[in-house]
Design a protein around this ligand. Structure first.
Ligand code: C2O
Length: 366
């Protein structure tokens, strides 16, 4: 958990392998003295998140209205898109000091990427974001869309996000990667560039790229995610003795999906503007792009799918250290709440799920 009592400092943007340090960026969400413990909602009905490429105009109208209202909130309102983006930046770019830091480094900063905190942190973040959107349009059943990039029809940016007149648009993106350009889930470049670089697959057609992406998903989700550590990422522990010990430092190592398709999509969407490739191409700015949330909804969906894969049952970690890890978010009523990992393991107890769509990569064993 972050140690809120020790404040929050400007975040540090990094590029590539963490090498280039840019000017510090102010990322601290508003502070509040009162922190409540998050309570699981009373679920009347499950809201199902739809795939972004399949929503109808009624849905789009509601979603755009909610986003328009979120964007219109004043910058100091914790529910505004401005502040929502800061949450990601603060937790990803070292704005907080870790509670129970290693004994030899009392100022250890917290980071949620490339470790076992990746899936739970982002699930919580999206949960509150979705509740805020629903509240802004007085629809407690509103479910955010997911970008179904693991399926042939979802391998381009979803159309509703590329309309410059829409509140879902973000101008800091790679314009060369707009539809119909397909993503290469291996490294986040588009089909155009693959051709330019003369990279040869068996078949450079759309079908070839789709096949490659599907088998990549199969190996990430099935082959390379057999254990909790290979799926979630390595342990990042509180209260270790020495920073040099395994798991005492942030970013001990991410899981297959985080390192693979997840990063590829970030790179695909972010603008061609080195060194930081804002917005989606960098953690500090990623949350400014509405497409970020649809992307992460699909990452979150992968967690659900992973637990229901056929064969030997895949289980989350069960140790207290992980289950009790906590993060702070603002809820739709602007209360600062402390959410714990154990509360976020099952999406249905949180009141949401994902619309059932075909999962073609399950049949795409390389
Ligand atoms: Cu917190 Cu996809 O990044």
């Amino acid at each position: 958990a972050p140690d809120f009592s020790r404040g929050c400092s400007d975040a540090i943007p990094v590029a590539g392998a963490g090498t280039i340090i840019g000017d510090p960026v102010p990322c601290c969400p508003p502070t509040s003295i009162k922190i409540r413990d998050f309570e699981l909602p009373r679920v009347r009905k499950i809201r199902y998140r739809p795939p972004a490429h399949l929503v109808d105009c009624n849905y789009l109208y509601k979603f755009e209205l909610a986003m328009e209202r979120m964007r219109a909130l004043p910058d100091d309102d914790p529910r505004s898109l401005f502040q929502q983006a800061r949450i990601h930046c603060a937790y990803c770019n070292e704005a907080y000091i870790q509670k129970e830091p290693p004994l030899d480094n009392p100022d250890q900063k917290l980071k949620v990427h490339f470790s076992c905190l990746f899936f739970p942190f982002h699930r919580m973040y999206l949960y509150f974001y979705e509740r805020i959107l629903g509240d802004l349009i007085d629809d407690p059943d509103f479910a955010m869309p997911f970008w179904n990039w693991d399926s042939p029809c979802g391998m381009t940016m979803p159309e509703m996000y590329v309309d410059p007149a829409s509140p879902l648009y973000d101008e800091n993106r790679n314009v060369d990667h707009q539809p119909p350009n397909l993503v290469d889930l291996n490294d986040g470049i588009g089909t155009n560039e693959l051709k330019e670089r003369g990279i040869v697959f068996d078949d450079l057609s759309r079908r070839g790229q789709i096949k490659t992406n599907l088998s990549l998903m199969y190996s990430e989700m099935v082959r390379r995610s057999k254990k909790a550590t290979s799926f979630h990422g390595k342990k990042y522990r509180a209260g270790c003795k020495f920073e040099a010990d395994q798991g005492c430092r942030p970013e001990p190592g991410g899981g297959a999906v985080e390192n693979g398709s997840h990063i590829a999509i970030h790179k695909f969407v972010g603008a061609k503007r080195p060194p930081f490739n804002e917005d989606m191409g960098n953690f500090y700015s990623a949350g400014r792009d509405p497409l970020f949330y649809a992307h992460h909804a699909n990452v979150d969906r992968m967690w659900n799918i992973w637990k229901t894969l056929p064969g030997k049952k895949r289980r989350d970690f069960s140790d207290r250290d992980w289950l009790d890890s906590s993060f702070l978010f603002y809820d739709e009523k602007k209360n600062l709440v402390r959410a714990k990992v154990w509360q976020f393991l099952d999406t249905e107890t949180l009141g949401y799920g994902y619309q059932n769509v075909d999962i073609p990569w399950l049949r795409s064993r390389p």
